[in-house]
Design a protein around this ligand. Structure first.
Ligand SMILES: Nc1ncnc2c1ncn2[C@@H]1O[C@H](COP(=O)(O)OP(=O)(O)O)[C@@H](O)[C@H]1O
Ligand SMILES: [Mg+2]
Length: 361
């Protein structure tokens, strides 16, 4: 088991700057998710940790050893790819055994490790089959078993569930957690799916355009996004961000359609984004200290357990509200008022996107 330190790592491919100055410390046994849109540099970072790509600058340490110049085989990492990378002409058992034979383990030990891993990922009955006789989900389990059997200190996974259908993906997610709890390997898991990241990660590193936007627990990145990018990227539907002019020094931001009390100590730039999540707004006039938003109902969507209300402020900014099923008194075209409690309101600088928070003195 091992701590991983990514220390000032940057990577460019000719003129393309894929990553700039990445610092992350991942604790021994932690499940860290790298989350971000396609092209933000997740795979490149994972491949550098695995040793398949060389950083342009910076260092990578695994278990206290600087591995930056070490070949993949000497880093003690196992990697699971999106496309499984199984050998088609070998049985499942042979696929799992291969990496163990290469490392010179004796037969009894190899059989013992295969049995343990196959049992953990529940593929015991397919050991004599070849990969083409397995479903996508089963192949992905074999790829996992191969890593588990090698007992690496670190396991690296690059969108391992993206080729699996939605229903099985949910099941596999729970299985990955169960396996992680049972084995305890330090794990770095790449995904562009925020829901997957929230469900799996002890912590999430949110990335964008080759840099880190925020590192935190699922609760932290959801409840205290560091900037407007994270606020929008985490959560579905996206956090509502309404742009308003601030009259500097005022304790209240006020427009014809919005009244937002500004907490003491928040220094606000001329233009502010006022953020709130769709589940935190309720219909009805605001009470003392609450934020009030007025507008018109555009569309009402019935989504089973919930109702999604698309609403437009007077100056045309779109807001989405989610309410429990049964609360369906809204009509399209109707003018309504929403109230949002103070703890659910976020402020961001409209220029830089940075969260505006009360300074801790
Ligand atoms: N071998 C390569 N040569 C040139 N550019 C690359 C190479 N690998 C990745 N890139 C570029 O680096 C950026 C990050 O890519 P990648 O790490 O694959 O992103 P992600 O996995 O987050 O989708 C992209 O702009 C991509 O085009
Ligand atoms: Mg990728």
């Amino acid at each position: 088991m091992a701590e991983i330190v990514i220390d000032g790592v940057a990577k460019h491919f000719d003129s393309v700057e894929a990553l700039r100055h990445i610092d992350i410390t991942i604790a021994d046994g932690e499940f860290m998710v790298l989350l971000g849109p396609s092209g933000c540099g997740k795979t490149t970072l994972l491949r550098m940790i695995a040793g398949l790509e060389t950083p342009s600058s910076g260092r990578i340490l695994i278990g206290g050893t600087d591995v930056t110049a070490l070949p993949p085989a000497r880093r003690g990492v196992g990697m699971v790819f999106q496309n499984y990378a199984l050998y088609p002409h070998m049985t499942v058992r042979e696929n799992i055994a291969l990496g163990l034979k290469v490392r010179g383990l004796d037969r009894a030990k190899i059989e013992q490790r295969i049995a343990f891993a196959a049992n953990l990922v529940q593929i015991g009955e397919y050991l004599e089959r070849r990969p083409r006789a397995l479903s996508g989900g089963q192949r992905q389990r074999v790829a996992l078993a191969r890593v588990i059997a090698r007992e690496p200190a670190v396991s690296l996974m690059d969108e391992p569930l993206s080729n699996i259908d939605a229903q099985l993906r949910t099941i596999m997610r729970a299985e990955l957690l169960r396996i992680h709890r049972a084995v305890g390997m330090t794990t770095i898991y790449v995904t562009h799916d925020q829901e997957e990241a929230m469900g799996l990660g002890d912590r999430i590193t949110v990335m964008n355009f080759g840099h880190i936007e925020q590192i935190g627990s699922p609760d932290e990145v959801y409840g205290h996004p560091a900037n407007a990018f994270v606020a929008r990227f985490i959560g579905s539907p996206r956090m509502n961000l309404v742009r308003v002019d601030r009259h500097p020094g005022a304790a209240m931001v006020e427009t014809p359609f919005l009244r937002v009390p500004v907490p003491d100590g928040i220094a606000i730039s001329p233009e502010v984004l006022v953020g709130f999540r769709s589940e935190d707004a309720r219909p009805g006039a605001a009470e003392e200290g609450e934020t009030e938003v007025r507008g018109q109902v555009d569309v009402v969507e019935h989504l089973g357990a919930q109702i999604e209300l698309h609403f437009r402020t007077e100056d045309g900014q779109e807001v989405v509200v989610r309410r429990p099923r049964g609360e369906n008194q809204w009509r399209e075209g109707e003018r309504i008022v929403l109230a949002i409690p103070p703890k659910s309101v976020h402020f961001f600088d409209a220029g830089t996107g940075a969260a505006l928070t009360v300074p801790v003195s």
